[in-house]
Structure formats: C-alpha cells, structure tokens
Design a protein around this ligand. Structure first.
Ligand code: SF4
Ligand code: SF4
Length: 280
C-alpha cells in the first residue's frame, strides 16, 4: 500500500503527519520524496545511514567526430544541445537523459557518461525503514531522484511517502501510483487557498484523498466548508496545542510522547484502509 502525504505549501505539518503515522502503525517504509529539502530524518534521528549515489546518463560530444549536422539539437525537446559554427555543446542542467541525441547522431559522435545528481540515504529506526533522497546543490531536475527514491517502495509493505510541498512536477511524480493521498492544511484563508490548488491538481490523478487539518482551532471554518462542498472527507484534526508545538520544536514526533495520538494515528490508518477498499 502507498499513502502519500502532501500539502499545497510548506510549513503545514505535512512531514510531522507522515512521521507520526509511520511510527504508529508498525513496520513501514517511510520515503522522503522532498529531495530538495529532506527533513523526515530530522524527526527520526537515524544513527547508521547507508548512502548510495544516484547518477544519470549524460551525453558527451566527441568534437573530432561531430560534423555539426544539427540533428541532435533538432531532436532535443529540452534545448539541452546547441550546435554552433565550430562546436556542439551540451547543457547538463537542461538535459533529461532521454538518450535520443546519441541515437539520432549519424556520426556516432555522442556517448553517454554517468553524472552524479544526488544521493539516496537509508536507515532503519525501530520498525521504520527510512529512505530519503538528497539532490545535489544546483541540480534543477528533482523528478529523477524522486523516481530513484520510489524504487525503494515495497509493494507488500505499508509505504508512506512524504511529498515535496507545492503542486509542481515533483509533487505529481511523488503522488503517481499512490493508493491514497493525504492533504495536510491549516484552517486559515491561506491554508484554504493552497488546499484548493492542491485539490485541483490531484483530482486529475483519480486517487482517493482525505484532508488533515493541522493546528485546528487557530483560524476559521473555511476549510471545513470547502471540504463539505467538494465532498472531501476530513480524516483527522490535530489541534493547535502547546505540548505538540514544543515537541515539534525539539524534533520529537508527538505521538511518541503522547500515547493517545499513537492510537489516533492507528485509527486513521484503519480508516484510510477502509476508504481505499471502498474506492473513496
Ligand atoms: S539526452 Fe535527451 S534531453 Fe539530454 S541532450 Fe540528449 S536529447 Fe536532449
Ligand atoms: S548529431 Fe552528431 S554529428 Fe550531428 S551535430 Fe549532433 S553530435 Fe554532431
């Protein structure tokens, strides 16, 4: 099973929901797909971390063989190759590693070499197997590394994915193949605005979804009204609570210190399972 926890913007408590849910339901895989700013590990404090570099094939042009015919640049949809008057250049940061330019080159002038774009880290903390990606600084394309993190999904286990914030490509890449989407929001006009944007995007994916209201009690009832109107179930409310906030600021998942929340997250998981089963 794959449950993805997302939110329309950062700072809503998405990561804390993903971590507390994982810690409450026994053996899980927790995959942090926010490869530009992974922070699940800051709540789990892994001690032993196994790191594997992730590379992508990147074209290199042999200028001796290149006849400047222009076929590679014509083929590349990402404008990652420029054929000048005397030289053909590859812009790595725009290349999507499709391999097409090497195939269309009539003079065998293009070879592909591996280029490191980041790392995958893994660690086991109690019953939780954590996997998180870390994109190298300056690498603009996050989706390849997200895909590499998702290769660690275990179909026979409960997999909880912490999505990047927002509604752009990396979020969609994370959500694909999920069985259920959890959208975390705050009960404020800003929260509602970001939630409605996220809902507009995820509706197209046709995956059952539910909303968690974090810091419930701080704002108004706009989110509740919106969810009712859109037929989206509110599956949990986490109140604005000084103790929870203190634990969060100390990097402690609150369900670990507040046992009643372990049970609430367990119940939440059972509720999600039922909703998946019922196709809602
Ligand atoms: S591998 Fe694909 S994306 Fe990269 S330069 Fe070649 S054609 Fe363009
Ligand atoms: S297709 Fe090959 S030969 Fe033609 S410009 Fe590109 S690298 Fe050079």
């Amino acid at each position: 099973m794959i449950i993805t926890v997302a939110s329309g913007k950062g700072g809503t408590g998405k990561t804390t929901v993903a971590v507390n849910l994982a810690l409450s339901i026994g053996p899980t895989k927790l995959l942090d797909c926010d490869v530009e700013e992974p922070n699940v590990h800051t709540l789990l404090h892994p001690v032993e971390i196994q790191t594997t570099p992730v590379t992508v094939p990147t074209p290199v042009v042999d200028q001796e063989k290149c006849t400047l015919c222009g076929k590679c640049a014509e083929f590349c949809q990402f404008n990652a190759i420029f054929v000048g008057k005397t030289k053909t250049m590859v812009f790595n940061e725009m290349c999507h590693s499709c391999g097409g330019c090497a195939i269309v080159c009539p003079d065998d002038a293009i070879t592909e070499v591996p280029r490191a774009i980041g790392n995958i880290h893994q660690s086991t903390i109690g019953d939780t197997h954590l996997v998180f990606g870390e994109l190298s600084i300056g690498e603009p394309i996050a989706t390849t590394l997200i895909h590499a993190v998702k290769e660690h999904i275990e179909p026979d286990m409960i997999n909880i994915l912490d999505a990047p914030p927002g509604t752009a490509c990396p979020v969609i890449e994370t959500m694909r193949e999920s069985d259920f989407l959890v959208l975390v929001t705050e009960p404020t006009p800003f929260g509602l605005h970001d939630l409605s944007m996220a809902v507009d995007v995820v509706r197209g994916l046709d995956i059952p979804l539910g909303v968690i209201i974090n810091r419930a009690g701080i704002g108004d009832d706009g989110v509740e009204k919106y969810c009712k109107q859109e037929g989206i179930p509110i599956i949990l409310e986490i109140p604005f609570d000084r103790h929870i906030a203190e634990l969060y600021s100390r990097g402690v998942p609150f369900a670990q210190e507040m046992p009643e929340w372990l049970q609430r997250f367990k119940d939440l998981y059972i509720h999600i399972e039922r909703m998946i089963h019922n196709g809602k």
